[in-house]
Write a protein that binds this ligand. Structure first.
Ligand code: GLP
Length: 401
């Protein structure tokens, strides 16, 4: 594996930057092939794995090795924990290791990132309930070592409560390993857009997007609390090691923004670019918008497979707003695709091949009547265009009903 490059990504391969012991065996060819020079754009070390479970295993094994290492020297391991659907796989794997491999949590002290406000700890929506159900009750964690911000503190005591939370983290020796998810707004914990790099544990207002995302859990947006208590960005950045996790296509845009974009107050996750031992773990879907996966030809020479050629030419056409058959040598050259033209002989040859390949995807063309009027009955206003448009436009006049 490659050596870590501070503040940048080593490669799409294992590349956690934290020793080869994190290498886990994943089913079949589940690693996304590395693309050299991804480091040029990625400002946070990023590990892309095929599946959610691969990512859960990687992170859980890293935690387990830290916990065992500390146990062996009679020390505690201080974990910063997150809620949400993303880390559940990690917790499941930790529980499995506890049951099957004897991993003990007796020396673990934990601090959770956040809690809704107001929120009673025994409420089904509380992060207290979430953590006890998904992890603590199933391992040998000592209840006195668990810290989760309480959402039932009287409002006039919240400020002092938050200061005490920070003190407790400090007294525990600081967080050794922090797990983070990422919200669609780029929030970490509940540090919504506008949260400063110096922010500490505090009461915050939740963004409309965040409340909408939580609506299903609360059976309606109107039931989602408007506030929360969260560790601050500064609190998080003090952790000695951070693993930020994202899975699913719906996270791909924010992953790209956090990893490749500029540091910006509007996207708290970008502050992690300044943290030297942060690793972003993403599954293939969440990593799909990263340049090394979406447009690898912009980074380096690629092996032009048929699929990659079609994807690249469609992208080039959208990028240049030029019809595929009109793409020029210059278009190809300016977008890192000269090698494709060289391979096929001329821009016209590439254009023609891709155009024909796309045309061939329209099934049953030859069976369509030509020169006749066709009526399509479409259940939804745009279904005619989506399902029939391309086929019919090329061969006949279409009327939709
Ligand atoms: C909430 C939590 C965050 C979490 C985010 C994403 O906003 N406060 O800590 O990262 O949800 O949740 P999910 O993992 O379900 O996408």
């Amino acid at each position: 594996m490659m050596e870590p490059v501070t503040g940048a990504a080593p490669s799409a391969d294992v590349g956690t930057g934290h020793e080869a012991r994190e290498r886990v065996v994943t089913r079949g060819p589940s690693r996304v092939p590395p693309t050299p020079h991804a480091t040029a754009l990625e400002r946070i070390r990023t590990v892309v794995v095929e599946e959610h479970e691969d990512l859960a295993r990687l992170v859980a094994h890293r935690i387990a090795s830290l916990v065992r290492e500390r146990m062996a020297t009679g020390k505690t391991a201080v974990l910063g924990l997150a809620t949400g659907s993303t880390p559940i796989g990690v917790y499941r794997e930790l529980i499995r290791m506890h049951r099957e491999d004897g991993l003990s949590f007796a020396n673990v002290v934990s601090f959770n990132l956040d809690e809704y406000y107001p929120m009673a700890p025994d409420n089904i929506h509380s992060y207290h309930r979430f953590m006890w159900e998904n992890l603590f009750s199933q391992v040998d964690m000592k209840p006195e070592n668990v810290h989760i911000p309480r959402g039932d503190i009287p409002r006039d005591e919240v400020e002092q409560y938050c200061r005490n939370y920070e003190d407790a983290i400090r007294r525990a020796g600081g967080i050794d390993f922090q797990i983070l998810g990422v919200g669609k707004t780029g929030h970490i914990g509940f540090n919504e857009p506008g949260s400063g790099v110096d922010s500490r544990t505090r009461l915050v207002h939740l963004d409309a997007v965040t409340r909408r995302d939580a609506a299903a859990d609360f059976f309606g947006e109107e039931f989602v609390p408007k506030e929360a208590i969260t560790m601050g960005v500064a609190t998080i950045l003090e952790a000695r090691e951070i693993a930020i996790l994202a899975t699913g296509e719906h996270k791909s845009a924010i992953v790209r923004r956090a990893v490749e974009g500029e540091v910006n107050l509007e996207v708290a996750a970008t502050f992690l670019q300044r943290h030297p031992t942060t690793t972003f773990y993403v599954d293939r879907a969440a990593g799909a918008a990263l340049t090394r996966i979406a447009t690898p030809w912009l980074l380096d020479e690629v092996e032009w497979t048929n699929d990659l050629m079609i994807r690249a030419v469609v992208w080039l056409s959208l990028q240049t707003q030029n019809a595929i058959l009109k793409l020029t040598q210059r278009d190809y050259a300016e977008h890192g695709m000269s090698s494709l033209v060289a391979q096929k002989g001329s821009p016209g040859a590439v254009n023609g091949e891709v155009f024909n390949a796309l045309g061939a995807k329209i099934r049953g063309k030859s069976k369509l009547p030509t020169g006749r009027r066709t009526i399509c009955f479409s259940p939804h206003p745009d279904d005619d265009v989506i399902s029939m448009g391309a086929s019919c436009a090329s061969s006949c006049r279409t009327t939709t009903r």
